[in-house]
Design a protein around this ligand. Structure first.
Ligand SMILES: O=C(O)c1ccc[n+]([C@@H]2O[C@H](COP(=O)([O-])O)[C@@H](O)[C@H]2O)c1
Ligand SMILES: Cc1cc2nc[nH]c2cc1C
Length: 341
């Protein structure tokens, strides 16, 4: 894809963000009204009630339903892995993509347990993005094209999209994005990822510091931060989140890395991720701080730090249960149960 064919790609993305569909308040009001008639004390389903309202608003449908949930995993490789920022070799990314195809990964078991669809997108794993301590991850056309590729996540139809990723070294990339978006020091945003030792953690801190210093320090345009720091799976996840908004598909974002894609969109327009829940708070230390900045309360807190969409897929199960509970419960009148006196 060249800019001659596509015009100015980032301008196209900014144009999309300037006309985001909003939640359907009628559908939300219908869910709220029905909720008061259901056979339970008012408010007794807690956040499950909030999930049903959220689903209805973004699906523009009352009652909301989750019949075709899809987990989309985006896999990318990163030149910065050569700086020794991960506990595992880069070959693990490709090997795990093969494991997803063979059904052997954690996410496969969660999907088969709860009947969630699974799509895996391999983003040119044999050609890692350049080492971001030295070079930009993308040119503008490449970044926009990768975002457009991510929009394929909803092709074929879904009513709840779970966003996950796989990519050795990508917690360093996500940390660099957060450092560039939110400032502070590199040390504020790094964690042990797949389990780096103290020496690896110091290499990671240094790589994140150098990558962000190379682009002139924190601040500046969020799409430029994404373009210069990468990586492919993060750009693709941002595209997937945006596409879902336009097709009225609510999104559940996974952990520390997937949230970096949401954070870029949020920095462009805080309303851009209103159709997203964050499935869980990762054990990666900076994730809780990121979620506070995004105004997102995670659905789950299980001490997980796997990626692959696993935390978000588990949250999707609760969100589906919220929809089924709301749609299927009897009202006080139907069941002949006395209302509050
Ligand atoms: O998203 C998270 O919360 C998360 C936290 C720690 C590790 N990961 C996964 O582990 C890989 C990145 O870790 P690392 O140490 O190679 O940067 C990548 O495949 C992610 O899916 C993911
Ligand atoms: C084995 C392994 C599986 C993963 N799944 C997501 N990230 C991962 C990282 C490793 C190392």
């Amino acid at each position: 894809m060249t800019s001659a064919l596509t015009g100015l790609p980032f301008d196209d993305i900014r144009a999309l963000i300037s006309r985001l569909p909003v939640a359907d308040e009628d559908a939300v009001a219908q869910v709220r009204a029905r909720d008061t008639d259901l056979t339970k004390p008012a408010g007794s389903l807690g956040r499950m009630e909030e999930f049903a309202e959220w689903l209805a608003g973004w699906q523009a449908k009352a009652p909301p339903r989750v019949m075709r949930p899809v987990v989309a995993i985006f896999a990318g490789n990163h030149g910065v892995a050569a700086k020794g920022v991960s506990a595992y070799p880069q070959s693990v990314t490709q090997a795990m993509v093969e494991n997803f195809a063979a059904g052997g990964a954690a996410i496969n078991q969660i999907c088969s347990t709860f009947d969630l669809g699974l799509k895996v997108f391999d983003l040119a794993l044999h050609v890692p993005t350049p080492d971001i301590t030295e070079e930009d991850a993308f040119d503008e056309a490449g970044c926009a094209a990768t975002m457009a590729f991510g929009m394929e996540a909803i092709a074929g139809g879904t009513d709840l999209l779970v966003i996950g990723e796989m990519g050795i070294g990508n917690t360093a990339v996500a940390a660099a994005i957060y450092h560039a978006l939110y400032g502070g020091t590199a040390a504020d945003w790094i964690g042990r990822g797949t389990g780096v030792d103290d020496a690896g953690l110091e290499r990671k801190r240094s790589a994140v510091e150098r990558a962000v210093a190379r682009i002139g320090g924190p601040g500046g345009d969020p799409l430029e931060i994404l373009r210069r720091l990468g990586g492919r799976e993060i750009a693709a996840m941002a595209g997937a989140i945006l596409a879902a908004r336009f097709e009225r598909v609510p999104v559940i974002v996974d952990g520390f890395v997937a949230t970096a894609a949401a954070a870029v969109l949020h920095a462009l327009d805080p309303a851009a991720i209103d159709h997203c829940l964050v499935g869980h708070v990762s054990a990666e230390q900076a994730h809780a701080d990121v979620l506070r900045r995004l105004g997102k309360r995670p659905v789950l807190d299980l001490g997980m730090r796997l990626g692959e969409g696993t935390g978000a897929a588990l949250a999707a199960v609760l969100v589906k249960a919220a929809a089924e509970t709301h749609a299927g419960m009897a009202t006080f009148a139907q069941a002949g149960v006395a209302t509050k006196g």
